[in-house]
Design a protein around this ligand. Structure first.
Ligand code: ZN
Length: 212
């Protein structure tokens, strides 16, 4: 095999909102795979750009907690000899340091942590059921990797008619092309709303999601 030669692509214009205000009781924040293996130095499948997203995600998480917004953490989870290791090498083996969610974004009691085995956070997990029974209509999707687990989770949400919101400074990819592919797909194909930055997402009112 050889790479396709002479590739040049024009990136279509991607629209982005400066700020949005979402109803706290109809919105969920989904934080995708912010685990040591993906984010931290020494991680097995590190995305160097992920580190810069910790702070914006943390601020959004704090805001969500303040407004009692439902928050779901996905945790990529593999057991030994997972077929995904043929593609990516060994990563996020359950129970290891690399599998754990990073300290800065540790879930607190009452927040939902969903272990997932593939890119799509909805695949084989209770996420759709949880969103549905709690009357959620909007999902804010942040985390890593932009064009892999973030995109598949956002896609899966959009296909179920949840409105997807994605702040530009709270997702990360291995290169610019992958990053913009994710934005283009979310915006154009899934009709999600891209937001300039996580700090520009505000919540209206108070949700029902109490933490213990
Ligand atoms: Zn994986």
């Amino acid at each position: 095999m050889r790479p396709i030669k002479g590739l040049r692509v024009n990136v279509p214009e991607i629209p982005v909102e400066e700020s949005v205000v979402l109803d706290a009781d109809k919105t969920a924040l989904i934080i995708v795979d912010m685990q040591n293996d993906f984010v931290k130095p020494g991680g097995k499948l590190r995305v160097p750009a992920a580190e810069a997203t910790i702070e914006p995600i943390k601020k959004l998480l704090e805001k969500a907690r303040k407004h009692q917004v439902m928050t779901i953490f996905t945790q990529d989870t593999h057991y030994l000899d997972d077929p995904e290791f043929k593609i990516w090498g060994e990563h996020v083996v359950k129970g290891t340091w690399g599998w754990e969610i990073i300290d800065e974004l540790k879930p607190v009691k009452g927040e939902i942590v969903v272990e997932k085995t593939r890119y799509d956070g909805f695949y084989g997990t209770p996420i759709d059921d949880l969103l549905r029974v709690h009357g959620i209509q909007n999902v804010i999707v942040v985390g890593t990797v932009a064009n892999i687990c973030v995109l598949h989770t956002a896609a899966s949400a959009a296909l179920r008619w949840y409105k997807v919101y994605m702040p530009l400074n709270a997702i990360s990819a291995l290169n610019d092309f992958d990053y913009y592919v994710a934005l283009r797909q979310v915006s154009f194909l899934y009709r999600g709303v891209l937001v300039e930055k996580a700090e520009a997402i505000e919540f209206r009112g108070t949700g029902k999601w109490r933490r213990a």
